[in-house]
Design a protein around this ligand. Sequence first.
Ligand code: PEP
Length: 252
Amino acid sequence: MRKKIVAGNWKMNMNISEGLALAGSINKYFLDNPSKRAEAVLCTPFIHLAGVAETLKNSKLSLGAQNCASEPSGAFTGEVSCDMIKSTGAQYVIIGHSERRTYFNEDDKLLNKKTLLALKSGLTVIFCCGEVLPEREQNIYFQVVKKQLEVGLFNLQPEDFAKIVIAYEPVWAIGTGLTASPEQAQEMHSYIRSLIRERYGKEIADQTTILYGGSCKPSNASEIFAMPDVDGGLIGGASLKKDDFCAIVNAV
Ligand code: PEP
């Protein structure tokens, strides 16, 4: 059985005390109501990581960053390396979120560099892919995602690729309130799995966790997660509300 994961992406929200309070309340909820089905991951801003790690000590919740530097260390003012992230106690890092691709011009080659560094540091990568609206309308969304995966991930050795989590996030659905239909999500997830099968074989393809992201909320999570190739979600806005995030984790 492949791992089911629901990861919350807090983006650039929450000051330290708000973040610690949110992490504490989610932690308390899962201590009181242990979820057996999905692993829940909180992907916080960098400055929250060490504090939230302390809050989550001895809990079942996991912790992640939303980005990492593309160099291992040195004179890169303002950057945060994979080793630094790992040293906070975090286990995950999101790489290639569409907001990084769009606002910070991160391309697939750079994302590949970050992915290799993150794996070297012992982090699990949540690698995001997905098409923008014109690409969906022009019916080229399969080609777009194929290229993102080929350049971003497919030079990894099989034992490294086996540690990757993929998040399919149609950009037109992120933060817009527009959600992909369960059938649209399934169609792409199954295509992504077929690409992995071609490159790495059936066993790795069957084991790869593929998350859906894009305006996922408690009211639509169950029907999307019920699709056979959808193994959980990457959640933005709804991850900032304890009740919504916990309900989505429980929807897996
Ligand atoms: C995201 O930022 O990864 C995301 C899916 O955002 P939202 O859930 O707000 O659409």
